[in-house]
Design a protein around this ligand. Structure first.
Ligand code: HSE
Length: 444
């Protein structure tokens, strides 16, 4: 059979990986796909650099639309990134009847509803394994491997940059700013690391997983997003003394009234496997009613790990593109004629309705009755305390003026309740600095 023809938009780190892995493993990949998979055109603004990667036999252009206009191209791989030109090109490729493979989590998390609807109307596939957790086949696992399950929750370390920074902060006892600079010097963090450190990249990824896990539309605008920029070495140290590590988790959960969708730093018991995922590695824990807890671990970024996911999508498309679209695996795991009903029944909950437990750190005056006042406010609101840690007082400001850190772990409570208790505690004259609140996930 004639090889399937692929056009590649953008040949940077991931694109080069796709080209190299396809070339290296072409025999095995063809035997798996049932036919050859050939990149026949590449578009990149830097034509000379692209030619240096792909050689003389492949046509290199600087206009992505030349690929979309080519009737011989069956699949377009979009590796440009961002929401701007990438969105236009993906929609144009779909309109031209091309299948699309993309690693662009931002594009799909924000414009996924429009893109998947266009693809369904045109009868083409949009595959995006590489968009979430790089080389880990988590989309395949959620959409197909776990298809028997009612998924209850999933939680993932899905941003390598922030996991690297948190690992360094913990092992070296350093503050965020110091480690970020070091991560940038070593190339682990981008020159503009905003999307990573503010949790946006992780929120794009958990938004996609949430849609597949629960059969809801992609709704990045409803996700709660909090990054790691305010974390201090002291909180990481206190958490460790209490048996926890702090990880930036993307969490989505089926609750009574809807779906929780959130990214924020979380205390995780040190004994959990996911708490021990260090450096730039990624991991996702999925809890299904039949299978129980499953864990997926691997490289979440990088040239060949991400290429591994892109090529898996190419093979899927090579196998399925002649199938009746009704018989393909749905883009978001659930048949689209069930999507509307699911959306009505399962709203994404506001953060005030999320139920979780908390780590609180209060800088307090070391005076009689302070602990009683603080715990009294928690008791009045019905918030149950799990553990309390108080260090010996520090001398601050000379004789008679001492302060200390008071650490409280709570049991599960509604975030809205916790917000109002924190406001009341903050108003106490003996609470001397802004209260630190970090959510805690037992993941059991
Ligand atoms: N910037 C991401 C990370 C990789 O640090 O994990 C691409 O999603």
């Amino acid at each position: 059979m004639k090889p399937i023809q692929v056009g590649l938009l953008g040949i940077g780190t991931v694109g080069s990986g796709v080209f190299n892995v396809l070339a290296r493993n072409q025999d095995e990949i063809s035997r798996r796909a049932g036919r050859g998979i050939q990149i026949t055109m590449v578009a990149d603004l830097d034509v000379e650099r692209a030619k240096a990667v792909v050689g003389a036999d492949i046509q290199v252009v600087n206009d992505a639309r030349a690929i979309i206009a080519n009737p011989d191209i069956d699949i377009v791989i979009e590796l440009i990134g961002g929401y701007g030109i990438a969105r236009a090109l993906v929609l144009e490729a779909i309109a031209a009847g091309k299948h699309v493979v993309t690693a662009n989590k931002a594009l799909l998390a924000v414009h996924g509803t429009e893109i998947f609807a266009a693809a369904s109307a045109k009868g083409v596939m949009v595959a995006f394994e590489a968009a979430v957790a790089g080389g880990i086949p988590i989309i395949k696992a959620l959409r197909e491997g776990l298809t028997a399950n009612r998924i209850q929750w999933l939680a993932g370390i899905i941003n390598g940059t922030t996991n690297f920074i948190l690992s360094e902060m913990r092992s070296k006892g350093l503050d965020f700013d110091v480690v970020l600079k070091e991560a940038q010097r070593l190339g682990y963090a981008e020159a503009d690391p905003t999307f990573d450190i503010e949790g946006v990249d992780a929120a794009h990824k958990v938004t996609l997983m949430s849609a597949i896990a629960f059969g809801i539309p992609v709704q990045f605008d409803k996700a709660y997003v909090e990054g790691i920029t305010k974390l201090g070495a002291a909180d990481i140290k206190y958490a460790e003394q209490l048996g926890y590590r702090i990880k930036l988790l993307g969490i989505t959960k089926r609750a009574d009234k809807g779906i929780e969708l959130r990214v924020h730093p979380s205390l995780v018991p040190s004994k959990r496997l996911i708490a021990n995922v260090e450096g730039a590695m990624n991991a996702v824990v999925v809890q299904g009613d039949a299978v129980g807890t499953t864990l997926y671990y691997g490289k979440g970024a990088g040239s060949e790990p991400t290429a591994s996911a892109v090529i898996a999508d190419l093979v899927d498309i090579a196998r399925l593109h002649t199938a009746d679209p009704e018989h393909r695996v749905p883009h978001l795991a659930f048949q689209s004629n069930t999507l509307q009903g699911a959306m009505d029944q399962l709203p994404v909950l506001p953060m005030s309705e999320v139920v979780t437990s908390y780590y609180l750190r209060l800088r307090v005056a070391d005076q009689a009755g302070v602990l009683a006042k603080v715990t009294g406010l928690l008791a009045e609101a019905g918030v149950s305390i799990d553990a309390v840690l108080q260090r010996e007082a520090d001398e601050v400001g000379g004789e008679g003026s001492t302060q200390t850190d008071l650490i409280i772990l709570t049991h599960d409570t509604r975030e809205g309740t916790m917000d109002s208790v924190i406001a009341q505690m903050q108003a106490l004259p003996t609470v001397l600095a802004p209260i630190t609140r970090i959510r805690k996930e037992e993941l059991n």
